[in-house]
Ligand binder design. Structure first.
Ligand SMILES: *[C@@H]1O[C@H](CO)[C@@H](O)[C@H](O)[C@H]1NC(C)=O
Ligand SMILES: *[C@@H]1O[C@H](CO)[C@@H](O)[C@H](O)[C@H]1NC(C)=O
Ligand SMILES: *[C@@H]1O[C@H](CO)[C@@H](O)[C@H](O)[C@H]1NC(C)=O
Length: 386
């Protein structure tokens, strides 16, 4: 498996490296890479650049944008890269995590239907640091859905971790957009990436309603930070009393070069509990962080918690219902108390602080992008600044 991965990586790296020949683009004032037209002035999703088409059920046509939108002239259109890879294209003028520039990822759609890169000398997708893998010890696929940032922060970038298999996750370094981390929603085993990696609703515990979140990034010294946590949206939903039938934990390839172990969510211990030293973030959701020192690698392991009955995409069959959940009132009030949650990495302290000013945002997501902006920011500030 590892060999296959390396070969795939090499192939894509070489493809990407071709983009570094700057003379290739020197003839263009702006780097127009592809020229495709569809109806009106919309730009079509390019199928020949090694990008991953997502959200194809809607009007997006493959772009990592909302289901009911198109890639319009004048806008930036984010896209998904293959697992382990990150987009290297966004609006060069979008440099901080503020709205609306936080949406300006991907390629620019020009008025004539062509697309431009923001950075002509860079590839479309670049390999992540490769220091974190998702390991699935369950006999069903698990969807890790990464949020699109810069972009609308929908969790539409898919990484399917096959049954009893392992897949490298995309881990950004500090050169990634505005220094942000990669953020993932970890779904119930057995939900396809097509169903999981899209805005969910409180009808199903998937997408942004999945039970757990995870995040990762690497600092300039080569230390990798890996986070797992309870999803605040799950905790604030009707699922809050439902014990998931799977857990997640962080393991390190070399435990002597890892800080923060034990870091595990075993839901049989109770909703919102963490094994190991934990912190509390937005929505009073608990999380833990492991630092894998430079040269070391970590895994986010998904394990079954016993019950052999499964959760399908449309039911909670086979999961125990508990009464240990937190309610919305207690969520809102406990956020401020959690602001001082201390752990390693100043990122985390920053996130806890950020979450206090937006506690009202820890409500349900909604499929209307405008209405969700405040909520998205509230949650994502916490998600991306750890
Ligand atoms: C395991 O996952 C890797 C990486 O995603 C993939 O290339 C490989 O085909 C998978 N193996 C099986 C048996 O599914
Ligand atoms: C929610 O939690 C708070 C604090 O724990 C408690 O005072 C309140 O009664 C709870 N509300 C409901 C509806 O259970
Ligand atoms: C924080 O991480 C650094 C490595 O980046 C490590 O040396 C230090 O011991 C960690 N601190 C704690 C409290 O885990």
């Amino acid at each position: 498996m590892l060999c296959q991965l390396s070969i795939a990586s090499l192939f894509i790296s070489m493809t990407a490296a071709a983009g570094h020949h700057s003379h290739k683009y020197a003839l263009f004032d702006e780097a127009v890479e592809v020229s495709k037209r569809s109806s009106g002035n919309d730009c079509e999703f390019p199928t020949d650049l090694g990008l991953v088409a997502v959200n194809e059920k809607g009007t997006g046509g493959g772009w990592a944008i909302a289901m009911d939108q198109t890639c319009k002239a004048g806008s930036w259109c984010p896209y998904a890269c293959p697992p382990g890879y990150l987009s290297a294209q966004w609006d060069p003028e979008a440099t901080s995590y503020t709205y609306p520039q936080s949406q300006y990822g991907g390629l620019k759609c020009n008025s004539d239907g062509t697309l431009s890169k923001g950075f002509s000398g860079k590839a479309y997708c670049v390999e992540g640091k490769g220091t974190v893998s998702a390991k699935n010890t369950i006999g069903k696929d698990v969807a890790f859905c990464q949020t699109v940032l810069p972009g609308n922060e929908e969790m539409s970038i898919p990484t399917n971790v096959g049954a009893n298999n392992e897949t490298v996750l995309a881990v950004p370094g500090t050169d990634y957009w505005a220094g942000t981390a990669a953020h993932y929603y970890v779904n119930y085993p057995g939900i396809s990436v097509e169903d999981a990696c899209t805005w969910g609703s409180d009808a199903n515990p998937q997408g942004n309603w999945s039970p757990y979140v995870a995040g990762a990034n690497q600092d300039d010294s080569g230390n990798t930070y890996v986070k797992i946590g309870w999803n605040p949206i799950y905790l604030d939903s009707s699922f809050a009393t439902t014990e998931p039938n799977f857990g997640i934990r962080i393991t390190c390839d070399d435990e002597s070069k890892c800080n923060g172990l034990q870091c595990e969510i075993d839901p049989t211990d109770g909703i919102n509990t963490i094994k190991g030293s934990s912190s509390t973030g937005a929505g009073a959701a608990n999380f833990c962080v492991v630092t894998a020192e430079s040269g070391n690698s970590a895994k986010i392991e998904v394990f079954s918690t016993g019950s052999s009955s499964s959760s399908s995409s449309t039911s909670n069959k086979g999961v125990k219902v508990l009464n240990r959940g937190v309610n919305a009132t207690s969520l809102a009030t406990s956020i401020s108390a959690s602001a001082t949650a201390a752990t390693n990495a100043s990122h985390i302290t920053a996130s806890a602080t950020a979450s206090t000013s937006t506690s009202a945002g820890v409500a349900r997501f909604n499929t209307n992008p405008i209405q969700t902006i405040a909520v998205v920011l509230a949650v994502v500030i916490y998600q991306n600044l750890f």
